[in-house]
Design a protein. Structure first.
Length: 202
């Protein structure tokens, strides 16, 4: 729980409050925007959600083609299954092999990072939105919910009492972030993340 001095440091002074009242009469509203990973909770939500999908063998066949295309881009052999392809990619990234192969092909570290991180979303190819949201709730309820920073609920409640609109802006996939943020009282329309493309509902 945040102490009184920490809360005082975060909340506006009386002068700032009066200035905002003037702005509100003109149609403005105070807003407190939060990132997700490392701000609302300690660990990385995408890694937890993907890790659970991998351990439960839930990577679907629709992910195989884009994974294999990425493996070939880094000079790796094609995999026979989506699960094996993800295992090769994630090991290659953590071991530094992808960066080494990328450099040999003229790719910068940043380019390799972007291409690998983009593959996170491919893990959920073939999933219906509700399946992904249910999966994220299982992750939250099986331990990740305990990663929410102590005092965060108190801080958010204090901000909301004082008229702040609280929002989340994340580079993570929108549906998992939306589910996790709901555990802190954020409404779906108060959360923005990277949207997935849907085709025939998946």
């Amino acid at each position: 729980m945040l102490g009184p001095y920490e809360l005082i440091a975060l909340l506006p002074t009386l002068e700032e409050h009066a200035a905002w009242k003037t702005r509100e009469r003109a149609g403005h509203r105070r807003c407190a925007a939060f990132d997700a990973d490392g701000t609302l909770w300690r660990e990385d939500l995408p890694e937890a959600v993907i890790g659970r999908a991998v351990s439960d063998a839930q990577i679907r066949p629709q992910a195989l083609t884009p994974f294999n295309e990425l493996l070939e881009r880094f000079g790796k052999p094609r995999a026979a299954s989506a699960h094996d392809a993800w295992t090769q990619l994630s090991w290659g990234y953590t071991s530094g092999t992808l960066h080494k192969e990328g450099a040999a092909r003229g790719l910068s570290i940043e380019q390799v990072d972007r291409e690998f991180w983009g593959s996170y979303n491919v893990v959920f190819a073939g999933w219906e939105p509700e399946s992904l949201m249910t999966h994220t709730r299982k992750v939250m309820d099986s331990g990740f919910g305990g990663q929410i920073f102590a005092g965060m609920r108190d801080l958010l409640a204090a901000l909301r009492r004082r008229g702040f609109r609280t929002v989340v802006v994340s580079a993570g996939l929108d549906l998992p972030v939306r589910v996790a943020a709901s555990y802190l009282g954020f409404a779906p329309e108060e959360v923005r993340g990277n949207r997935s493309k849907l085709r025939n509902g998946i």
